[in-house]
Design a protein around this ligand. Sequence first.
Ligand SMILES: Nc1ncnc2c1ncn2[C@@H]1O[C@H](COP(=O)(O)OP(=O)(O)O)[C@@H](O)[C@H]1O
Ligand SMILES: [Mg+2]
Length: 339
Amino acid sequence: MNKFMNVEELDPNNVDHDQSEKYPLVIENGTFSWGSHEAPILKNINLNLAQGTLVAVVGTVGSGKSSLISTFLGETDKLCGRINTKGDLAYVPQQAWIRNATLKENILFGKPFEKSLYHRVIEACALKPDIEMLPGGDQIEIGEKGINLSGGQKQRVSLARAVYYGADVYFLDDPLSAVDSHVGKHIFDNVLGPSGMLRKKTRVLVTHSITYLPEVDLIVVLKDGEVTEKGTYKELLEKKGAFADFLMQHLQEIGIENTSPEADGLIGIEDLQEKLTRAISRESGSTGDKISRHGSLKRNLSMDSCDSSSLKQMNSGSLRALYMDKEPEDISLLGEKSH
Ligand SMILES: Nc1ncnc2c1ncn2[C@@H]1O[C@H](COP(=O)(O)OP(=O)(O)O)[C@@H](O)[C@H]1O
Ligand SMILES: [Mg+2]
């Protein structure tokens, strides 16, 4: 707590907000750190993300995916380069948070109730069955004084809040990591993906799931804080670079064994694609064996958390991004109680 209270004030000039910029999200030769005297955590970043595109950010744990989002939110220190964001930003953090309030209030979050929008959001975020089952429906108190939601339910409430808010740009930090795969598919199809509610918004989606990568407009591969590759799914597969490595690593994690690599030691595209097809059909298939298949993935995710002080910082960042007219202190923050 002490550490949190004593953190340096962030430089508000870190991120420019020039609304005449062509692209909503721009970083030019950007190098960033967590703390002005710390070593860079993101190096030589060059990104021009176009309006209305869905951009996936992939990479192993600690490669800097969450830091990249924090950077767009102005939470890191800029050591050099230029960064610009355009429009209203919404942030769905890796650790979903809940206010002590009713489920409905957690979604509206101070915005006026619009019945048809609210119901579309509930349906798209796959919350309808939960609400129907809860005593009191969406009037149920959640948080410290109410019931505890599961990790997956919290993620869906957190996403619903951002969708209902209606920003121009969405930062989504692995928002489907705790939901079952069939629910994840529903949410991708109805919210995040090319025919979802957010289809016209600029979306930056950090993901550990390979299932949706063929459907995104651009994939950015991070490794040790640097962008090693960017391109479409097809382009990256054909390059056999870090992206193909990432996929192979992921396939091993979910237990699709590395069979015959080619004589030159590289994995053939057809071989890789065949394995991917198998993996994807398994990922989006039944959820019964999800835990075992994602065992190592889950372990990675649980290692993927930062200490509670930085978590609070990220939480207040999310509030700032969602509610720029309110001070984060106005809103009580809740740590994770259950998962
Ligand atoms: N809020 C934060 N405050 C301080 N350091 C952070 C924060 N978030 C991440 N880091 C550090 O940045 C590095 C990259 O982590 P992160 O961006 O979380 O990677 P990823 O999301 O790809 O797993 C790690 O060393 C991590 O400890
Ligand atoms: Mg992360």
